[in-house]
Design a protein around this ligand. Structure first.
Ligand code: ADP
Ligand code: MG
Length: 403
């Protein structure tokens, strides 16, 4: 793993932080409904970093984006909307500051005491943020003594607050960023072998690069969800009305060949759960061999026999990385395979025989549905950044912290 500075290196690099200004990039892009945040997980994730810096006496200025304002002010996308949520999670007062640079920030720093916290305005209100404009970044950096990035979820973007600032000030990974990078390194960077990867879900074409990268790195590639349908169809199986991208056959062959050459076993389901209509517990529900799917049926989950065989594969592995549910888990009983395999992985992790790392928006929801979130070694909520990491890409926000 590339080396990066963490908060453990603060004192050695910049001395006592008391009275110094920390510019801390966090993820406060909270899910909203009717103007209210519906989930504060992202705030809880960055709280340890904020409190550690504040307790050491730094003046902490939070930088974040919120929504997609495209370089203009929009009152509904002001960070002032989530100020109360941040205060609630931190249990501290947080001062909202209506700019990210200039005299307003300077004056606010005159009011904020050592150990106090300020929340700067949405960085994306200025076009310089997404353009990673040097002058814009310099304006922010002018009010800070050092920079801390605790937003892995935004690290796949080379923006001023995620990348540019790291070149202008002493830069450190926050605790959440550090935990994420350490977990990802254990999963694919320098993992204990054998490694299994589960790739499922619906976004087939956007995940082919993930499969290509994984096929050279893991010993077992377990394919489920719509992804499995696409693979089965490419191999000549009639998948009926299943979610499937039929035009990807050539790409699938390339991936199968690459896996073969690398000694990676690709696991496709041999029994499946099908129905004629996509509804909860439909009357047409049945389990069959993949070669027995009729033209008016869809594959909605991996079958019980294949799921059991996959559990046996996991028992031989030391590391698991998982993105994408095995079936349409939101609709019962098409959650069965995902729940069963997730619980096997959780039990193996608890026993200490498996390191399990998972990520992806719907994957996080599926694991929560299976009740195993706490039992996995690490569950990433980073979405796009997690997938780019699974593709083997270097994330600009992480690269800028490396040394
Ligand atoms: P993630 O967000 O974890 O990266 P995706 O967005 O790629 O995952 O896919 C998740 C979606 O895939 C879920 O909504 C799930 O219902 C759907 N899905 C999984 N298997 C199937 C299937 N066989 N047919 C239709 N949809 C499926
Ligand atoms: Mg999704």
């Amino acid at each position: 793993m590339a080396h990066f500075r963490t908060l453990d290196n603060l004192e050695q690099e910049i001395g006592d932080v008391r009275g110094k200004v920390a510019l801390v990039r966090v993820d406060l892009n909270l899910p909203m409904a009717d103007g209210e945040a519906t989930d504060l997980t992202r705030v809880r994730a960055v709280a340890p970093t904020i409190l550690e810096l504040a307790d050491a006496g730094a003046k902490v200025l939070l930088l974040a984006h919120f929504g997609r304002p495209k370089g203009q002010r929009h009152s509904t996308m002001s960070t002032s909307v989530v100020q109360g949520d941040v205060e609630k999670v931190l249990g501290r007062e947080v001062m909202y500051i209506s700019e990210v640079s200039g005299p307003v920030v300077e004056q606010s720093l005159g009011i904020i005491q050592d150990g106090g916290i300020g929340l700067l305005e949405n960085t994306r209100f200025w076009p310089g943020e997404e353009a990673n404009d040097a002058t814009f970044a310099q304006g922010i950096a002018a009010n800070g003594d050092f920079y801390v990035n605790d937003a892995f979820s935004a690290a796949h973007r080379a923006h001023a607050s995620t990348e540019g600032l790291a070149h202008l000030l002493p830069a450190f990974a926050g605790r959440a960023m550090q935990a994420e990078l350490e977990a990802l390194d254990k999963a694919l960077g320098s993992p204990q072998q054998p490694v299994a990867a589960v790739v499922g879900g619906a976004k087939v074409s956007t995940k082919l690069d993930v499969l290509e990268n994984l096929s050279g790195k893991v010993q077992h590639l377990i394919i489920g969800g719509g992804m499995a349908n696409t693979f089965l169809a490419a191999r000549g199986v009639d998948v009926g009305k299943s979610l499937c991208e039929h035009d990807l056959a050539a790409k699938v062959s390339t991936i199968m060949d690459a896996a073969d050459a690398a000694g990676c076993t690709v696991h496709l389901p041999y029994d499946v759960v099908v129905a004629r209509e996509f509804a909860a517990n439909p009357p047409s529900l049945r389990t069959c061999n993949v070669h027995e799917v009729s033209a008016d049926e869809m594959i909605l989950d991996v079958g019980p026999q294949a799921t059991e065989a996959l559990a046996d594969v996991l028992k031989t592995c030391r590391t698991l990385v998982w993105n994408g549910p095995l079936g349409a888990f939101e609709t019962p009983p098409f959650d069965a395979a995902t729940i069963a395999l997730a619980r096997t992985a959780a039990a193996l992790t608890e026993e200490g025989s498996l390191i399990s790392v998972a990520g992806g928006g719907d994957t996080v929801a599926a694991l929560a549905h299976a009740g195993v979130t706490q039992d996995f070694s690490y569950v990433s909520t980073a979405g796009g950044a997690f997938l780019e990491w699974m593709e083997g890409k270097e994330l600009p926000g992480v690269a800028a912290l490396s040394r």
